[in-house]
Design a protein around this ligand. Structure first.
Ligand SMILES: Cc1ncc(COP(=O)(O)O)c(C=O)c1O
Length: 379
């Protein structure tokens, strides 16, 4: 018998309620039936992003909204500051480059969070920086960046906005957009939103909308002004991924029923249990100082191949975990716990990790990881 489990930081496992909704016959996106769903989604997304402003929806992967957050916010000749502490930080730089935007990188050692003082220094020494681009959670390293502190700094600069890739942050830990003064927040569907890939989201502060007004970079599909006008009519500018919208209404309902606070504390618990388990097994965290509650990156013990371990997860147990990318390739595995995950899911994946590492020769006592996880989960 073959059973499959996703423990990758996107796509993630999906609730049956969402899957069933998406299997319903497709409707037309210019009919009142769809507009009603759209209206509910708009409210649900505002709750999730903790904003009074509109959350725009694009039928694309998360990178689409990231691209829009460059092409709609900046203008020709503007400069950006880019926090580069992993694959996704690098992506901000690549997008800026594609649009001819000069960017100053703040390079951060992989596995570490950015020191907000470096952002403060950069803004002080170069007041022509218009956007500070960062991740809330850098999925490639399992790091959480200090977004509230960065926002506090950026707030003091009238002509600069903070742009947060919260693709593995939204719905995982608290990122109160309006309260913290986050100007642009991006997310994607295949993460804590418990949907398949295919939708990206972006919300803007009033300050950021002023940047959109003057932005003169080329844009067409990811045109925020056009999409805002459509959203206000419960429409998309182009044909949306209709079935994903139907699923989204359902997943937002689930999030609202559980309540944001409970959602965040569930993620915290699952992440803490995972971290305690791997430490008890004698493994090291890749991001020990500022771990994200979305995904736990674990260093593979000396002499064991991370690539082989990842493959064995799937071959022996049907479990997909993520490996490391680029400089972390072969050195880490990443176990995700964002979205539709509960306590016993983590016990299962830790148990599989134990069995595999035992077979691969890592010295530890079977059951130590599971036990440590259980202790946290029972607290
Ligand atoms: C933090 C972060 N940013 C950006 C992306 C890119 O999103 P997508 O693959 O949906 O374009 C991801 C996806 O893994 C991510 O985790």
């Amino acid at each position: 018998m073959e059973k499959k489990y996703l423990f990758s930081p996107g796509p993630t496992m999906l609730p049956p309620e969402v899957l069933l909704k998406m299997a319903e016959p497709i409707m037309h996106h210019r009919e009142p039936e769809f507009e009603k769903i759209f209206a509910e989604i708009r409210e649900g997304l505002k709750y999730l992003f903790q904003t009074k402003n509109e959350v725009l929806i694009f039928s694309s992967s998360g990178t689409g909204a990231m691209e829009g957050a460059v092409s709609n916010i900046l203008s020709k000749g503007d400069k950006a500051l880019v926090v580069r502490g992993g694959k996704f930080g690098e992506r901000w730089g690549e997008i800026c480059k594609a649009y001819g935007i000069e960017f100053i990188p703040i390079d951060v050692e992989w596995g570490r969070a950015v020191d907000p003082r470096r952002i403060e220094e950069a803004l002080k020494s170069d007041p022509s920086i218009r956007g500070v681009y960062t991740q809330a959670s850098e999925t490639s390293t399992g790091v959480k960046h200090p977004i509230q502190e960065i926002a506090e700094i950026v707030k003091r600069y009238e002509n600069t906005v903070i742009v947060v890739d919260a693709i593995t942050g939204i719905g995982v830990f608290d990122l109160p957009m309006d309260q913290w003064g986050l100007d642009v927040v991006v997310s994607g569907s295949q993460k804590a939103l418990m949907l398949p890939p295919g939708l990206s989201f972006v919300a803007l502060s009033d300050k950021a909308w002023k940047f959109v007004e003057r932005s003169n970079l080329p844009k067409f599909y990811f045109d925020f002004k056009k999409e805002l006008r459509s959203a206000q009519k419960n429409q998309n500018s182009f044909t949306p991924a209709i079935s994903l919208f139907v699923g989204l209404r359902e997943s937002l309902k689930l999030i609202q029923q559980e309540g944001l606070e409970a959602v965040f504390s569930r993620h915290e618990k699952l992440a803490e249990a995972t971290r305690a388990a791997v430490k008890a097994m004698g493994l090291e965290l890749y991001a020990p100082n500022s771990p994200s509650n979305a995904v736990t990156a674990v260093k593979v013990p000396e002499g064991i191949s991370g690539g082989k371990l990842k493959n064995l997860f799937f071959e022996k147990f049907g479990i997909t975990v993520a490996g490391g990318q680029d400089q972390a390739k072969g050195k880490i595995i990443r176990i995700a716990h964002l979205g539709y995950y509960e306590r016993l899911d983590m016990v299962m994946v830790i148990s599989a990790l134990e069995m595999l590492l035992k077979e691969m020769g890592h010295a530890f006592e079977l059951g130590t990881g599971v036990r440590a996880a259980e202790v946290v989960l029972m607290e």
